[in-house]
Ligand binder design. Structure first.
Ligand code: 13P
Length: 249
């Protein structure tokens, strides 16, 4: 089967002011000079989506949100709908990041509703799953992730564009990563669960790895079977680091 191009997506989290768009200009410049064989996306805070989309216009860089409401519109102060993100220039949106699950009490049903709302608005959701350190240490990682996949992917995603990101909570922002064998084990379990939930059509949907991906470990992680890309936090903020990861794909 033809391998889909890998997706290297940067999650800026709550970082970035207008001045930081200079990093995006640098990235776009460098990408225009040499072909890369992967897809590239950046997910800035929502305040920067429109301006980043303008900065990246005409380049291969796709723009995504970091979260969206499950609702289409209405009296939901502070929330942003998927259609609003699309209107601002996004084509992707992260849903169910562990910082949303843990910090904002989002459960699998909420994540599934957000993924469905995103897809309905024409955005490709990147649905995040991942075990905590305690779950890893008690041997529950595969079971937890499998359950999250089964319950966070709405049936409406069948035939639609989306991705899953495996981000072990204990690997995010810590410099720690699972072994390559552990990454492969979980990614294979994610693929099996996706197929069980949505059918064989999802055999080519990318499964990204996220959690302390850096220029010096990207190549070995991206070479693991079933790793279809990376969701990069801290190392996506600087063009030089992010480019090094893109070049490793
Ligand atoms: P770090 O790459 O900073 O560990 O963050 C990973 C992440 O949470 C991406 O969504």
């Amino acid at each position: 089967m033809m391998q889909a191009p890998k997706l290297i997506a940067g999650n800026w989290k709550m970082n970035g002011l207008a001045a930081d768009l200079a990093e995006v200009s640098l990235l776009v410049d460098s990408l225009s000079k040499a072909a890369v064989n992967c897809r590239v996306a950046l997910c800035p805070p929502s305040t920067l989506i429109a301006r980043m989309a303008e900065t990246a216009d005409g380049s291969i860089v796709e723009i995504g949100g970091q979260d969206c409401s499950a609702e289409a519109k209405g009296a939901f102060t502070g929330d942003t709908s998927a259609a609003m993100l699309a209107d601002a220039g996004a084509t992707l949106v992260i849903v169910g990041h562990s910082e949303r699950r843990q910090g904002h009490g989002e459960d699998d049903a909420t994540v599934a509703a957000k993924a469905e709302a995103a897809s309905k608005a024409g955005l490709a959701p990147i649905v995040c799953v991942g075990e905590t350190l305690q779950q890893r240490e008690t041997g529950q990682a595969v079971e937890v992730v499998r359950r999250q996949v089964m319950q966070s992917l709405p049936l409406a995603l069948s035939g639609q564009s989306f991705a899953v990101a495996y981000e072990p909570v204990w690997a995010i922002g810590t410099g720690l990563t699972p072994t390559l064998a552990q990454i492969e084990e979980v990614h294979r379990a994610v693929r099996r669960a996706m197929i069980e939930r949505l059918g064989l059509g999802v055999a080519v949907v990318p499964i990204l790895y996220g959690g302390s991906v850096k220029p010096d470990n990207a190549a070995e992680i991206l070479a693991v079977p079933e790793v279809g890309g990376a969701l990069v936090g801290g190392a996506s903020l600087k063009a030089a680091d992010f480019l090094a990861i893109i070049r490793a794909a």
